[in-house]
Design a protein around this ligand. Sequence first.
Ligand code: NAP
Length: 449
Amino acid sequence: MEKKSSIIAIGLTVHSTPVALREKLAVPEAEWPRAIEELTAFPHIEEAAVLSTCNRLELYVVALSWHRGVREVEEWMARSSGVALDELRPHLFLLRDRDATQHLLRVSGGLDSLVMGEGQILAQVKQVHKAGQNCAGFGRHLNGLFKQAITAGKRVRAETSISSGAVSVSSAAAELAQLKLPTHDFGDAKVCIVGAGKMSRLLVKHLASKGCTGPIVLLNRSMPRAEALADEFPEVEFDIRLMPDLMRSVAECDTIFAASSSEEVLVSAVDLEGMPAASRAVGGVRRFFDISVPRNIGADVSTVEGSAVFNVDDLKEVVAANKDARAAAAAEAEGLLEEERLVFEAWRDSLETVPTIKALRAKAEALRAAELDRALARLGDGLTKKQVKAVEELSRGIVNKLLHGPMTALRCDGADPAAVGQTLQTMEALERMFDLNEAGDLAAPEVRA
Ligand SMILES: NC(=O)c1ccc[n+]([C@@H]2O[C@H](COP(=O)([O-])OP(=O)(O)OC[C@H]3O[C@@H](n4cnc5c(N)ncnc54)[C@H](OP(=O)(O)O)[C@@H]3O)[C@@H](O)[C@H]2O)c1
């Protein structure tokens, strides 16, 4: 019988890799299908998925060979990012089967996030699953894995207190900005937000909860999303502008948040030349809080006197306390994730019986058809159509009745992990009894619901 393939998770995360390298590997959502297609074009990769967020770039693959699978994924990463493998390797994590599954469940539960318990990662895992529905290479095993991860992520949030307080990268950025203001009061700051998407919405929400009611300069690439965002917060005063006003806005403001999906740096050191200094109320420092990956604010901005840049990695400063407070909830979540991992592994094991079921059916059908042909040849032309039909039905009836027992013993939906081991033993016994070892030649198993 064909050996079970491996689930491999390879990637780099905020815990071990600086944003300067993460941003080079980020794969925008529009490119996930291309990435999946390229990965599954390698000879040992059967299925692939891309999880690319501001905290991580993780590739999940189902590979026919562990070593070759890893080599092929690494080759793809280096080729598509333009970063040499020698530079990438020290940062990469590499997990297999049980550990890869457990990792994705922890990620989905928010346990591996920089801001532990944040909710956006679950939405991102859901998006990977949704986008995968249109990609042939996002196959049955990864579909099952991501479904399980979504269930696990929802359970962690519903059954533990890990996400209480609506934490997010944006809330941490708002907290960091408050911490850096000499008076810790947004009343002294001239705030600008670049981008009007999900992260900017959360930023406004947390800034408002910290008493920042504007006027906030809200800059976006296009008007509709900025207007919709402003409408959601009637208590906050906004000055909505478009990107051509970026430099004028930076010059006028001193507390600038960047949260756009631009692939390009929007503000560099050279742009700040000749700009007026930030006011004394904010310590004379123009601060940029860039939560975009790839970054929107050039690292060189920090070299300009009177300017400071903080990126997603700098949020570590404010999330340490947050992490301690969530440690107990995290321990509770780990137990729950273990349950979900066992359910997934039992389901995956149960898939192994599908080729045996097919092989047994095919073998029985081949024998039945051959014996029927032989019997009909012996009986000659003397039989009526009705009699031929009756003999054929008799042969089918006997085969189906005989197969009923073995087929029932092989059917297992994985819902009961304890029953899976018994089913696999039965499968091996049936393969020996019916000499089904060529079952590997059969077509791929059907896709499960
Ligand atoms: N989602 C998360 O959990 C999360 C967490 C931390 C950090 N981030 C990072 O935060 C950034 C924004 O994420 P998001 O989830 O808020 O994205 P989003 O909801 O898709 O919103 C993207 C925003 O960026 C603008 N934009 C897109 N391309 C642009 C360009 N070339 N130049 C200027 N503006 C452009 C869009 O403008 P239009 O309205 O005109 O389309 C929109 O306002 C990303 O870099 C992301 O990696 C996201």
